[in-house]
Write a protein that binds this ligand. Sequence first.
Ligand code: TIU
Length: 220
Amino acid sequence: MPTVDARPDPYTFELSTTALLVIDMQRDFLEPGGFGESLGNDVAQLRRTIAPLTALLAAARETGLPVIHTREGHLPDLSDCPPAKRDRGAPSARIGDPGPNGRILIRGEYGHDIIDELAPTDGEPVIDKPGKGAFYATGLDAMLTERGITSLLVTGVTTEVCVHTTVREANDRGYECLVLADCVGSYFPEFQRVGLDMISAQGGIFGWVADSTEVITELT
Ligand code: TIU
């Protein structure tokens, strides 16, 4: 069984019960003109995740490790977007408003889709989720259970929002999570550091943290 140098201690996983989860690597978060920028964020902060995630995806695909992608977004009629989410804050454009990449965070729009560099291949599931967590109002738990997956290699954006929410949801459902530090990104450097610390502190209260190179070495 592969064992990865991680914190707070080494992470051992079985290939047959592990999946790579790629959270919300969408244009709406990583490119100008989308949801992330509308909230006042510098979207360039997230782009350092693309190269390591590209390498990790290649290794996972070569090994036959299941890859599951998620996308945050809403139905065109916004019936799955609570007003409490849409009305929050003072963004330059709200969810559902028109933008250069289509309506902000709306399913089917160009901006809602995954960036070209990390496009899913045929057969890789893409879970559309209305919330921050990948388990809320989705079929992810059933999909993992059906496949016998109990361990998740977690990547994507943003570290302190959708990655954290998903790891917490996964933790409560009994999944073990290894979060790959160079493959998760935040708009705020301090949130990146503290967000990862919060996962691995207290003996790994939510899971483990490692660099993707440690996993790639084990997979190849
Ligand atoms: N705003 C922010 O940091 N993130 C989100 O709204 N969604 C995800 O993290 N995917």
